[in-house]
Structures are given as structure tokens and as C-alpha cells.
Design a protein around this ligand. Structure first.
Ligand code: GTP
Ligand code: SPV
Ligand code: MN
Length: 588
């Protein structure tokens, strides 16, 4: 295809001049080209071809053992004024960042090919979609982008002559962790990422563009870019209603997005549809309601824990044309394995680091953040609205995280402002999705702490303004916690498909129906308001799940105060009002 967008051509010329690749290849989105790249990656060992009968079109990739997760301490927001990045982001002065990065990029692609990937975030032809161009020297990144985004000529066609596109410079360079930089320049529509080849550091459509840059664009243009799954629930009459849910990384978005209804609903004809599992772009539609599109075209899902019982739809999605990263290679039949896939760790196998493993019990075979990159079209429950340019109307927004004791199974905000307060005070135990300690409780507002491209105080304000704009038609806001444990540390809620029982209460409430009781923290169902037919759960357990421990919540208030203090006068007054209300309710 002839590329006539001058802004694109000029920028690619500059990138070539800086990186000095031996060759430049424009990714057109054709299968022939992708096939050629796969062959080349197999020849270099970057991809290992898996069993064509059992896993057609599937590959295994092993990343560098030092490059297995997002690196939040190496991720920067490079806006001109430090205060605009806010207290929760690492700021890097663009006056210093650009020269630093240019030095690292200088000649970094010598002896390599530069792949130029034009891509669309969002459905083709949607007025809500946006275009990015990523240059990279990684075939793995290129093939992953072809799965995760609508990439190739379609993106250049959609862009036309426009200058509204995100410039994404990526090089794996030499994977040096000390010189790893994931830098965002929201004011320049640009992202520079170097010395990582992994997931959210390198697939720049994902967190870099679709959340960090897009959240900044959304604030300026009156829409929202959120770390949310989108799920549709169809009732026996064929009516589908949608929820969007924000949980921190590795806290259950993919699982909820692909849930299988429990028998009690399935027998009556209820169905669940997956629109997206990680990134929702939302804006007010022509009828005044909030509409969401999934910015992505594939799933970059956590492998460990995915199995035929927990998430059969995700497992089915990975059975063809999928790239697995950092899982176990079963040498007997050339397939893959990860912890809790089944109870039979392969006896003759290689672990994620490339060492002989053979199912030994003292070390994990797959990395805890090992992932599959799978096309959305493989998903057995992909929503018929997946490619809809208008998106789907959202009835409820759900926040959630991993909390051992504090947060109850579910509660509802009294109104939008209270809902924004709940989102802004979210906390969760950290997971393997980012480097650093696992299992430490940290505040993660709206699951966006590592992904907001500007000052989070302004982000909260933007949420409040969206609520004002949506008025009566705003979705209702809820909070869930699938991860309450007993005193021995066992999860007490069955979770997974059974989470639909909670979603049903949420949808009832969002429709202005359904029973609730008022608690100091918001509206909760009474134990009998959750449908437990067919579930082996005692009333006492349900009461425990819904219990609000006033002392723990008083500690929570203290924690929130400390967290809010970071934002100084950028924290909207409305949220302090809500905090006062919560404190007063707890002291009643
Ligand atoms: P990212 O892709 O990092 O954004 O993660 P995610 O939010 O999509 O998380 P995912 O659905 O992949 O789940 C991560 C882990 O949580 C897996 O080990 C799941 O098995 C586990 N998990 C998901 N849902 C539930 C649940 O309802 N209950 C319990 N106990 N565990 C769950
Ligand atoms: C997350 O960490 O939230 C992910 C994986 O979805 S990554 O693409 O690495 O951001
Ligand atoms: Mn995610």
C-alpha cells in the first residue's frame, strides 16, 4: 500500500535515522507476511513451534529471565511540569528524558530489521478508535501486536491524512535492566520504550497507549480510558445488559469477562458475553448513556490458574494461533503446561527459563506472570458486539481487588460521587504482574495506579465531571471482593463462574430493583439476596462474606487519610466530604 500520510513518513524516517536498522519492514496485516515472520522467529529460536495437531498455529516464547513483568519503577510520565505527573507517577523531565533516550536508541537496531506497525486501538471505523504507529526490532512484539490490535494497512486507511496518532518507539536493545525505560510523553503523543521485550513494557498499544496516553487524551476530550473488562449478561428474553469492572492486574478481569453462568442461571437461558478483558474506552453516547468499547483485539492473559474448571473459555481461546510466554514446554508431545492447568506436571519438560524441569516440586515450572497472547475471535463467548463501532451501554461500574478481610463480597455506592470515592480508595494485595513484592496491600485507585498518564487528583476530578455530565443516566457503581479468606487463609467465596450470582444482584440494583440494606460503607445485599441455589455455602459464610468490621474500617479510614494527603489541594473536596461521611457512619 502507498503510504501518503506525511507525518507518518517523516517520523519513520527520523526513527530510521536514529536507530539505523539494516532493513525496514512495514507491517501490512497480511497472513503471508506474518507467516514469514513466524518462520524467521522459529529459525532464531525466538519462537518455538508447538504441536500442530493439538495446538495449531501456536508458539512458545521465553523472555529474558530478567524481563518478565511490567517495571513500574522504570516507567515514567514525561510531561513538562513535574506537578502534572502527580504524586503517584515517576516523573522524568522531557528535557532530560529525550537526550537520555536518544543516546540509548542511537544505532540500537544495527544488524536488525525495524518493523513499522500501524495499528488501531478500538474497532475499525469506530469514531472512538485511535491509531498508533509502533516501530520495534522485536518479531515477538510484532506478532503479538498483530494478535492484540487491528494492525496493518487498515490502520493507515483509518488514519488518512490525520496527525492524530501516537508515536511509539520501541527497541529491545540489549535488554539491560539498568537502562530500561518506559517513557510516556502525553503532551507529544509519544512513547519511548527501550531494553524490555515484555508485555505491557513493549506491546505499546496496551498499557502505554490505551491507558497512560489515552487517559490523558480522555481527560482533555471528555471521555475515559480505564483498566476494565466489559461483560454482557443476556437474560432469557434475549436482552443483554453490560457491566464494566476495574480490578488491579492479576485480580480476575479475564476470569470475570469470560465467566460461565452457574447451572441455576444457565438452565433458564441466561448467557454471558465477553466484550473485553483489560481495557475499556468509555464515553457518553448519543442517548446520554455511557458506552464502552474494548480497545484491544486479543487477550494477554495470565496463564497460571487458568484451567478447564476456573476458566474453560480462556483455555479454549488459547487452543489455536496463540503465543505462550514463559510457560512449561512438555517435551513428550510438544505442548505447554503451567501451574494448576491440571494435576499432571509433565515428567519430561523444560521450565520457563529453558532449564530441564521434569515436574520437580521445589521450583515453579511456569513464571507466575507467564501469559498467553490469544486472538479474541477464538473466544467461545465473544460478544456479537465485539466489533461494534458504537460500543455497548454500561449499566454498572464495578471496582474490586484482593482484600483478605476488609472489603465485603459486594456493596453499592449511594451515588456517583460516593462511587468515585470508593474507586479512589481501592486497595489490593500486589501480584506478580509487576516486579516487586507480592501480597502487600497498596492503594490502587480504579486499578489505575500504574496506568494513569497524569495527576491522579485531576483524574478523580475528571471522574466527578463525567458523573455530572451523565447525570441520571450514569451507571451505578459497586465494589466487589472475591478474595475474602478465613482464619486459615482459605478463600471463602467460590468465585469464578459463581461470581455471576453477585453480578445478578448488581444488575438488579442498577435497574432500580433488588433488595439492599444500608451499612456504614454503602448498600449491601442481605444474605438471602444472593442466589445460592446449587451452591454449597452456609448462611454463616455468607454473613462472614458480607460482614463490615467497623474496627478494620476505622483503620481503613486512617489509611485513606494518609493516601489522600499525598494529593494536597489537588484532591477534590467532594472526596474529602465522602471520607468525612464514612468516618461519621463508622462512629455512629
Ligand atoms: P491482568 O491481565 O494482569 O490485568 O489480570 P486479570 O485481572 O485479567 O486477572 P486474571 O483473570 O487473569 O486472574 C488472575 C488470577 O486470579 C488467576 O490466578 C485466577 O485464577 C485468579 N482468580 C480470578 N478470579 C478469581 C475468583 O473469582 N476467585 C479466586 N479465588 N481467584 C480468582
Ligand atoms: C497487567 O499487568 O495489568 C496486564 C499485563 O494486563 S501487561 O500487558 O503487562 O500490562
Ligand atoms: Mn491488565
Amino acid at each position: 500500500m502507498d503510504i501518503c500520510n506525511k507525518t507518518v513518513l517523516e517520523w519513520v524516517d527520523e526513527a530510521v535515522e536514529l536507530c539505523r536498522p539494516d532493513k525496514v519492514m512495514w507491517i501490512d496485516g497480511s497472513n503471508e507476511q506474518a507467516e514469514m515472520l513466524r518462520k524467521e522467529a522459529m529459525a532464531t529460536g525466538e519462537l518455538i513451534k508447538l504441536n500442530e495437531e493439538k495446538l495449531p498455529g501456536c508458539f512458545l516464547h521465553r523472555s529474558d529471565p530478567d524481563d518478565v513483568a511490567r517495571v513500574e519503577d522504570r516507567t515514567f510520565i514525561c510531561c513538562r511540569k513535574e506537578e502534572d505527573a502527580g504524586p503517584t507517577n515517576n516523573w522524568f523531565d522531557p528535557k532530560v528524558a529525550y537526550p537520555t533516550l536518544k543516546k540509548l536508541f542511537d544505532g540500537c537496531m544495527q544488524g536488525r530489521t525495524m518493523y513499522v506497525i500501524p495499528y488501531i486501538m478500538g474497532p475499525i471505523g469506530s469514531p472512538y478508535s485511535k491509531v498508533g504507529i509502533e516501530v520495534t526490532d522485536s518479531i515477538y512484539v510484532t506478532l503479538s501486536m498483530l494478535i492484540m490490535t487491528r494492525a496493518g494497512d487498515c490502520a493507515l486507511e483509518q488514519l488518512g491524512e490525520s496527525n492524530d496518532w501516537v508515536r511509539c518507539m520501541h527497541s529491545k536493545a540489549n535488554l539491560d535492566p539498568d537502562n530500561r525505560y518506559i517513557c510516556h510523553f502525553p503532551e507529544d503523543n509519544a512513547i519511548w520504550s527501550i531494553n524490555s521485550g515484555y508485555g505491557g513494557n513493549a506491546l505499546m498499544g496496551k498499557k502505554c497507549f490505551a491507558l497512560r496516553i489515552a487517559s490523558y487524551q480522555g481527560k482533555n476530550e471528555g471521555w475515559m480510558a480505564e483498566h476494565m473488562l466489559i461483560l454482557g449478561i443476556e437474560n432469557p428474553k434475549g436482552e443483554v445488559r453490560y457491566v464494566a469492572a476495574a480490578f488491579p492486574s492479576a485480580c480476575g478481569k479475564t476470569n470475570l469477562a469470560m465467566l460461565i453462568p452457574p447451572k441455576v442461571y444457565e438452565k433458564d437461558g441466561y448467557k454471558a458475553w465477553c466484550v473485553g478483558d483489560d481495557i475499556a474506552w468509555m464515553r457518553k453516547g448519543p442517548d446520554g448513556r455511557l458506552y464502552a468499547i474494548n480497545a484491544e483485539k486479543g487477550f494477554f492473559g495470565v496463564a497460571p490458574g487458568t484451567n478447564a474448571k476456573s476458566n474453560p473459555n480462556a483455555l479454549a481461546t488459547t487452543q489455536k494461533n496463540t503465543i505462550f510466554t514463559n510457560v512449561v514446554l512438555n517435551c513428550d508431545d510438544n505442548t505447554v503446561w503451567w501451574e494448576s492447568l491440571d494435576k499432571n506436571p509433565p515428567k519430561n519438560s523444560i521450565d520457563w527459563k529453558g532449564n530441564i524441569w521434569n515436574g520437580r516440586e521445589d521450583v515453579k515450572g511456569a513464571h507466575p506472570n507467564s501469559r498467553f497472547t490469544a486472538p479474541a475471535e477464538n473466544c467461545p463467548v465473544l460478544s456479537p458486539e465485539f466489533n461494534s463501532p458504537e460500543g455497548v451501554p454500561i449499566d454498572a461500574i464495578i471496582f474490586g481487588g484482593r482484600r483478605a478481610k476488609t472489603a465485603p463480597l459486594v456493596y453499592q455506592a449511594r451515588d456517583w460521587q460516593h462511587g468515585v470515592f470508593i474507586g479512589s480508595t481501592m486497595a489490593s494485595e500486589t501480584t506478580a504482574a509487576t516486579t516487586g513484592a507480592v501480597g502487600v496491600v497498596r492503594r490502587d485507585p480504579m486499578a489505575m495506579l500504574p496506568f494513569c498518564g497524569y495527576h491522579m487528583g485531576d483524574y478523580f476530578k475528571h471522574w466527578l465531571e463525567m458523573g455530572d455530565d451523565l447525570g441520571e443516566k450514569a451507571p451505578k457503581i459497586f465494589n466487589v471482593n472475591w478474595f475474602r479468606v478465613d482464619d486459615d487463609g482459605n478463600f471463602i467465596w467460590p468465585g469464578f463462574g459463581d461470581n455471576m450470582r453477585v453480578i445478578m444482584w448488581i444488575l438488579d440494583r442498577a435497574a432500580g430493583k433488588g433488595h439492599a440494606v444500608e451499612t456504614p460503607i454503602g448498600y449491601e445485599p442481605a444474605p438471602e439476596d444472593i442466589n445460592t441455589e446449587g451452591l454449597d455455602i452456609s448462611r454463616q459464610t455468607l454473613e462472614d462474606l458480607l460482614n463490615v468490621d467497623v474496627d478494620l474500617w476505622k483503620d481503613e479510614v486512617a489509611g485513606i487519610k494518609e493516601f489522600y494527603a499525598k494529593f494536597g489541594d489537588k484532591l477534590p473536596k467532594e472526596l474529602y466530604d465522602e471520607l468525612d461521611k464514612l468516618e461519621a457512619n463508622l462512629n455512629k
